[in-house]
Unconditional design. Structure first.
Length: 128
């Protein structure tokens, strides 16, 4: 079966970044103790986990693609796809989320120049 990048986004692994997550409530009860993909973690006073995770950036955008029309740009750091924080997934799994099926609405949260921006677009096949 032939698959094609219908979002128009090319991604690449561009090093690592730190992510801080609150894992306990005000009473000190841990809610989230699962391991992340990067699996390098520091637990701070049992309430916050600091993880070293892969940084995934947009390395290219196909002109006229849904992602290009929505406003994504090369160099954008991908933070989440459809509400799922991407550092929990491998690069190929992220690409699958971005190209799952035609006519699906996709929401992508990116960091650009220290600002978080949310973009949404509908996957449209290049060849029909």
């Amino acid at each position: 079966m032939f698959t094609y990048n219908i979002s128009g986004i090319n991604l690449e692994h561009a090093g690592v970044r730190y992510v801080a997550e609150r894992i306990a409530d005000r009473n000190g009860v841990v809610h989230n103790n699962e391991r992340t993909y990067g699996d390098v973690q520091i637990i701070l006073q049992g309430a916050t986990r600091l993880s070293l995770v892969p940084e995934i950036i947009v390395s290219g955008i196909r002109q006229g693609s849904p992602a290009h029309s929505a406003g994504l740009q090369e160099g954008d750091v991908i933070l989440a796809v459809n509400g799922k924080r991407i550092y929990r997934y491998k690069l190929q799994e992220i690409m699958t989320m971005l190209n799952e099926k035609k006519h699906k609405k996709v929401k992508v949260l990116v960091e650009r120049y220290n600002n978080d921006l949310l973009f949404s677009f509908v996957l449209k096949p290049l060849f029909d």
